[in-house]
Design a protein around this ligand. Structure first.
Ligand SMILES: [Zn+2]
Length: 211
């Protein structure tokens, strides 16, 4: 009886982040500094960000290892819609698997290319899933815990879905040199963001800008 009692009263798994770094080398750093300059008009000595926003994504790839291999190389291959703007590969600071396991691909404040106009202030969280694989309850909980952790460390004011990024075009936060460089995004969708924002309502995040 004692054993059963102890098991049933054992605490929930501890919040944890597993470091699984993608390649950060001189080439990626140089391309990131170039992106900051060319796209965001920011002249920096280090490819770092001052986080004020979290952007939630889904990968549209159903496998974590394949996703890692996509983000890992410093340069972009084959995506003509993106290579004209920069040859820096896309990535994000965090990647969450279907079971809610959180991987950190880059340090929180290292520059990552994941959202047009806002990379310089936004931490990206990618989630394994897509329109055919809706994000799971475990992912919802992991996003919530990760964002709470980030909000304790940085002055996070906005938590947005990637599909909402263009709402910031007419705000002072928007920094993209080319008015025609936009991609249409649907990830991760209103349903997931509604649930996530409801769970985070006590953080006092700012509402989406109005057009
Ligand atoms: Zn996205």
């Amino acid at each position: 009886m004692t054993l059963i009692f102890q098991i049933s009263c054992s605490p929930k798994p501890t919040f944890r982040i597993i470091d699984k770094p993608i390649t950060w080398n001189a080439e990626r750093e140089a391309l990131s500094l170039q992106y900051l300059k060319d796209r965001h008009s920011l002249y920096q000595k280090e490819a770092s960000i001052s986080p004020q926003m979290v952007v939630v994504h889904w990968t549209a790839i159903d496998n974590i290892e394949v996703t890692f291999d996509v983000f890992n190389p410093p340069t972009l291959g084959g995506r003509a819609d993106l290579t004209s703007a920069s040859n820096l590969n896309v990535s994000s600071q965090f990647l969450i698997d279907r079971d809610g396991t959180i991987f950190r691909l880059l340090p929180d404040t290292t520059f990552a290319r994941h959202v047009i106009g806002l990379n310089y202030l936004a931490i990206g969280i990618e989630n394994i899933g897509g329109s055919d694989d809706p994000l799971t309850k475990n992912q919802l909980q992991a996003n919530e815990e990760l964002i709470r952790y980030l909000a304790r460390k940085y002055p996070i004011e906005y938590v947005i879905g990637h599909h909402e990024y263009q709402k910031f075009q007419n705000t002072p936060l928007w920094k993209e040199a080319d008015p025609d460089y936009r991609t249409i995004k649907t990830d991760p969708g209103d349903k997931f963001m509604e649930k996530l924002r409801k769970n985070l309502s006590d953080l006092g995040l700012k509402p989406m800008p109005t057009p």
